[in-house]
Design a protein around this ligand. Structure first.
Ligand code: UDP
Length: 442
């Protein structure tokens, strides 16, 4: 038989040791963070110097051109830096390629870093509230997390929030990743282009909007009015619409079609227009849940394998207290039970129905049952429930920022996805290229 003290030994002692080890490690953190900051400043200095030396012939030539064309070498822009200290950002005085290169001198002087929040004007800085003021504890950067996200259409949170998160989580590794992703983002983002309210791919009109506006629109329509069908389209969907007349007709009749993914972004560039934001269902869903929880609108989740929609409901209720999910139903019910399923949806009191059967099955189901359903907003959401139930992990944020979410999905389900991406993506780009040249559009 064990004596009482022997029974007690493993637990409390083990815990105490872990506690001390954690405390010891934590006491190392501030000096380590300080070291990290010093190191990242040294890296900035070294890189700026190296670039200045390597580019010196170009910089000299560029200075001469600026001088000849505008009578002076540099123009300055008054901005606000670390600890709200004012500084002058340098540019070449004339508008021509390479105009921003003198910013390397700002990095040398310590006004700016390579990575950091965007430098603000005095007026912009005055508008930054206390909750985001932590952004002023780090040097403003040439590459900023907000610019990266807005360039690739995934800046769903306000800039102040993105900057605050950056300042709290800054690390040398994070900064290196930010610079690499920004360089890729700059290539993807392209130059300035007009932003038409409607984008058109193969004759399918897509609303060119932002995430907050899309959420406002859904909430307004969920409040009453004509029933509205909402569809999200990515290149795969547009490829299907190219050959499937029924699905195409549904998209043309839908209240709104929204742009989903990097493929649409690239397609827009090929057509010489700018996409405002990547308004895909997966990123919209938590924002919609937040709004629904605030306004009391109820959701009904229909689709995916048994148990998945229940898990989504539990996760979202935990994340957004007060969220009404008025019903769930898996997507593998017997067709003979369809009447009962529709009666259940109508009786649930929900205002927004999310259907996850995959494209184009979900849109066809919604169109076929459009008169029998009574709730005001219906939307097809594809694999969304699989992500929010945790069944399929979503691509990490850094992959989404550089438009590589599709490669993640391809790696996860190669058997099912290779046709969609390996064949579908080039086919889509070819069709857009033909459209851009003024060829066939449908
Ligand atoms: N699904 C369903 N019923 C079916 C066939 C599929 O509920 O009869 C679900 C499936 O479980 C998955 C979703 O529909 O959750 C389709 O996901 P996919 O990733 O293919 O969506 P897409 O990429 O087409 O948006």
């Amino acid at each position: 038989m064990k004596r009482p003290h022997e029974l007690r030994i493993p637990g409390p002692l083990g815990q105490r040791q872990r506690h001390w080890r954690a405390l010891w490690l934590r006491s190392l953190l501030p000096p380590l963070t300080l070291l990290g900051l010093v190191l990242s400043r040294l890296v900035d200095l070294a890189l700026a110097l190296l670039l200045l030396i390597l580019l010196s012939p170009l910089l000299l030539a560029r200075s001469l051109i600026a001088r000849l064309r505008s009578g002076q070498v540099f123009a300055t822009e008054p901005l606000v830096g670390r600890f709200r200290a004012p500084f002058e950002r340098l540019r070449f005085a004339d508008e021509a390629p390479g105009q921003g290169l003198p910013v390397l001198l700002n990095i040398l002087r310590g006004d700016m870093a390579i990575a950091g929040p965007r430098p603000l004007t005095a007026a912009e800085a005055a508008r930054v509230g206390v909750e985001a003021a932590v952004r002023f504890t780090v040097r403003p950067g040439v590459f900023s997390p907000y610019r990266l996200k807005s360039r690739t259409g995934v800046a769903y949170a306000p800039e102040a929030q993105i900057d605050r998160d950056y300042a709290y989580g800054q690390s040398a590794r994070g900064d290196a990743g930010l610079v690499v992703r920004s360089l890729i983002g700059e290539v993807l983002g392209g130059g300035e282009a007009p932003t038409p309210p409607i984008l058109e791919f193969f004759g399918v009109p897509i609303v060119n909007t932002t995430m907050p506006e899309a959420v406002d629109w859904i909430a307004a329509r969920a409040g009453g009015g004509d029933p509205a069908l909402l569809a999200f389209v990515n290149p795969d969907c547009l490829n299907i619409a190219y050959v499937d007349a029924e699905y195409r007709r549904i998209l043309l009749d839908a209240a709104r079609v929204l742009p989903d993914g990097i493929g649409i972004h690239i397609g827009c560039r090929m057509l010489g227009v700018a996409l405002q934001a990547n308004v895909n269902g997966t990123d919209l869903f938590p924002q919609l849940c937040e709004r629904a929880a605030q306004t009391g609108l109820g959701l009904f989740l229909l689709g995916a394998r048994p148990g998945i929609a229940d898990a989504v409901a539990a996760n979202m209720r935990a994340q957004f207290p007060g969220l009404r999910i008025d019903g769930v139903q898996d997507g593998y019910f017997d067709p003979a039970d369809e009447d009962a399923v529709i009666d259940g949806i109508n009786a649930s009191g929900a205002a927004i129905l999310l259907v996850a059967f995959g494209v184009p099955r979900q849109e066809k189901w919604l169109a076929r049952n459009q008169e029998r359903l009574t709730l005001p907003v219906r939307m097809g959401v594809g694999g969304l429930f699989d992500f929010y139930s945790g069944r399929i992990p979503r691509a990490p944020v850094w992959m989404r920022e550089i438009g590589l979410e599709w490669t993640w999905r391809l790696m996860q389900e190669p058997g099912r996805m290779w046709r969609r991406y390996v064949i579908g993506n080039p086919l889509f780009l070819y069709r857009v290229w033909r459209q851009a040249r003024g060829g066939e559009t449908s």
